[in-house]
Design a protein around this ligand. Sequence first.
Ligand SMILES: *Cc1c(COP(=O)(O)O)cnc(C)c1O
Ligand SMILES: [Zn+2]
Length: 409
Amino acid sequence: MDHVDSLECVRCGAEYDPNQLRYTCPNHPGVTGILEVTYDYDIIVDRFDEPLDGAIDSQWKYRAFLPVEAEADPVTLGEGGTPLLSAPQLGAELDVDLHIKDDGRNPTGVLKDRASSVSVTKAAEFDADVVTCASTGNAAASLAGFAARGDFDCRIFVPEDAPEEKLAQPLVYGADVLGVQGSYDEAYDLSMEATDRFGWYNRNAAVNPFQVEGKRTVGHELAEETRGAVPDWLVFAMGDGCTIAGGWKGFREFADLGFVEETPRMLGVQADGASAIHDAFHEFDDVDAVADTVADSISVGRPRNTVKACSALEASGGTAVLVDDTDILEAESLLGRTEGIYAEPAGATPVAGLRNARENGIIEPGESVVVVVTGTGLKDAASAMRAGGNVDTIAPAIDDVADRYSADL
Ligand SMILES: *Cc1c(COP(=O)(O)O)cnc(C)c1O
Ligand SMILES: [Zn+2]
């Protein structure tokens, strides 16, 4: 990995050998010493000979930027290369020039596949047999899919109230799914203890410095796809904060290398029931560590990547907003009915945040905006039914149909 310089602690700046250390900076108790991967861009650019306006078949187009050995055989299911769709109906409704990056179309239905692919490829480099993570559902399913693909044992810790469809998926992928009687934060702590004690390879948000690097490819793709017309704003939901941090890092790298001329401002959106990154960014004193929101994938009381997420917001000239559960479910149905995109609640959260930012004058009329939809709605039918309304029952009689539509027959 001659293109990777070091792992640098975001707290104390200490640097570590990327081939030696696996997780956080040992100078701090707990998981606070998050590490940032730093690169030698001369070497990367030498190796990056892909056309910047060609097809994006998968995120491995950007392999030169990923922290894996030159000879590594990627564990891949074709993640990345998701469509960037124009969204004229929804854009008209919110009075912006809108595009949507639909990352719900990844192999397991979630943007996290970009990270899982890199993590599992790293697990092979570190000679691990067992991979693990804690998850509200999506990271579990994603890791389990890639573990199956790479022939690893997969053991995952989920809060027992995670949506059932999200537990079904890793089970089908052959993972051991352990429903922890507690919150996501408790499941997370238990997965960290198991990692320490048994030496399993851990994909957890933020503590694994390599997993977030895979998420940069959404930024690389967006930079490539919007060259010549970089959007004013890029909108992400925030849970642990890894996704927005990775997306920003990828876009910024392409700007630093002169592949694009500008960078967008980042808008980070959280649910008001799980608002810790928003609260830290706006320097609220009283940060509430309890998490309660319908958007289970961002229901995080103690985010692990607040530092990197806040620096993405700050460096890009962006900001953070909050939305409530009603806004989120309304956004889920608005996105579906205006553009035919079916998102889970966390996936629709940026749409709710965009509406909030328009109403509060943060985003001006006519500005250009890309919303990243991070997860498909297919895994959470219960929330979708709350968002979508009811099925009307009718008799098997044509007159009932005629009555119903008499006005527009
Ligand atoms: C994990 C997840 C997020 C949030 O990502 P973080 O890196 O935790 O901020 C958003 N949406 C979906 C669908 C997710 O699964
Ligand atoms: Zn440190």
